[in-house]
Ligand binder design. Structure first.
Ligand code: XIL
Length: 299
């Protein structure tokens, strides 16, 4: 097929992009999105600070706009993210003990409940591990201990039983101490009946990233019986070095049956969170880059 979304669909997968609602009115942005992608995720609009600016007071304006857009255009919606150490509202950052636990579960119930039935998969918990495989010492971890992650998954399952529930992280682009720790967590959750359906691999890379065990790592998670998703792909650099990394990631996903799709973290280099690194598939004028051709070719 001739577009990313249609090519991915040929093998039953999606090809998505992270989207900001305020750019949807820009012609090049919307045209590229509509032509090439069949899944979206909110780059920021569904995060805790955006959706619950004060305790128990929810604001779904941006997220609802994206969900409506996706419905109009026949696109799936990934949910990102229910619980994360970053982009928490100020009021939540200072909570302690049971108050933080209750705020977390109220937040999950409010957001996942609001979008119930509309989200293909939720990043329930984002970035909870360090490089060495230990737990990140976030306010959640310090206040609530190890159990906060499974409590978040149980709350998400109660709020939206049909959404697939993912753990999502970066630096898991191979078999390493961090991906080992996440692997062990999945094994433990499955043994104890904690609901988890998928693992998201953010895949923020550079043109020199070592992907020697990338596919093997996806496969070992898939072999546990969870789906794997490439959730935030971008690759710093340009030209064929950049294109080759995109190709390797795409081929790895295609080679793993349970790799259900790929999301790139933005459409155009113009709006990438990585500033001048030009890590996306379309340049600042929405022209297709060499990396685009490599991905399309690999799909
Ligand atoms: C980033 C957004 O792209 C930026 O606009 C925002 O200022 C900070 O967050 N890992 C994640 C994403 O899970 O939510 C982050 O998104 C990028 C790193």
């Amino acid at each position: 097929a001739e577009t990313l979304g249609a090519s991915a669909a040929e093998s039953g997968r999606y090809f998505g992009a992270a989207i900001a609602p305020n750019f949807l009115g820009e012609e090049g942005y919307a045209n590229t999105l509509n032509a090439e992608f069949n899944s979206i995720v909110a780059e920021n609009a569904m995060k805790w600070d955006a959706t619950e600016p004060s305790p128990g007071q929810f604001n779904f304006t941006g997220g609802d706009q994206l969900v409506a857009y996706a419905e109009d255009h026949g696109m799936a919606v990934r949910g990102h993210t229910l619980v994360w150490h970053a982009q928490q509202p100020t009021w939540a950052q200072g909570l302690q003990g049971q108050a933080l636990h209750d705020a977390m579960t109220t937040h999950i119930a409010g957001v996942a409940g609001h979008y119930q039935g509309k989200i293909s998969s939720w990043d329930v918990v984002n970035e909870a591990f360090e490089w060495d495989g230990s737990r990140r010492q976030s306010n959640l971890q310090i206040q609530l201990g190890d159990k906060w992650i499974e409590d978040a998954f149980r709350a998400a399952d109660a709020a939206d039983p049909d959404a697939r529930l993912c753990y999502n992280d970066y630096g898991t682009d191979g078999v390493n101490a961090k991906s080992d720790a996440i692997y062990d967590m999945v094994v433990d959750f499955q043994a104890r009946g904690v609901p988890i359906d998928c693992v998201g691999f953010q895949t923020h890379l550079g043109s020199d990233s070592d992907l020697g065990s990338y596919q093997q790592n996806l496969q070992r998670f898939a072999d546990l019986g969870v789906d794997v998703e490439i959730t935030e792909l971008d690759v710093g650099g340009s030209g064929s070095a950049q294109a080759n990394v995109f190709r390797t990631v795409t081929e790895a996903c295609l080679a793993v049956d349970r790799c259900t799709g790929i999301t790139v973290w933005g459409i155009t280099d113009k709006y990438s969170w990585r500033g001048e690194e030009t890590p996306l598939l379309f340049d600042a004028n929405y022209q297709k880059k060499e990396a685009y051709e490599a991905v399309l070719d690999a799909l």
